[in-house]
Ligand binder design. Sequence first.
Ligand code: 5GP
Length: 116
Amino acid sequence: MAEETIFSKIIRKEIPSDMVYQDETVTAFRDISPKAPTHILIIPNYIIPTVDDVSEKDEQVLGHMFVVAAKIAREEGISENGYRLMINCREHGGQEVYHLHMHLLGGRPLGPMLAR
Ligand code: 5GP
């Protein structure tokens, strides 16, 4: 069993978050330390620690994360100008929380993809 992170408590609403979407498969909430006017995290409701742990059984939920990201982006009013979806994996990817999450970032030009 993968170890729980703070995100499991957010899913179960045991700690507060600014949740913008939840269904039986995924949960989305605003990042506590936003890097852009819209910064929302979209996560599976069960723990997949990293992208490296993804397997075929996860295909449906991972696909659903994209559907939900696009829906939230439209609701946030950032679809037309565009936005960035980002998933960090482990140390070199800069992953801090080991519960796979997609960052939805937008609301301003985001600049080059990577800092040098
Ligand atoms: P990572 O660096 O793992 O890709 O991203 C983790 C993100 O989770 C960070 O952007 C961080 O600000 C956010 N985060 C960490 N703890 C919490 C929390 O308790 N609540 C919320 N809403 N976001 C969190």
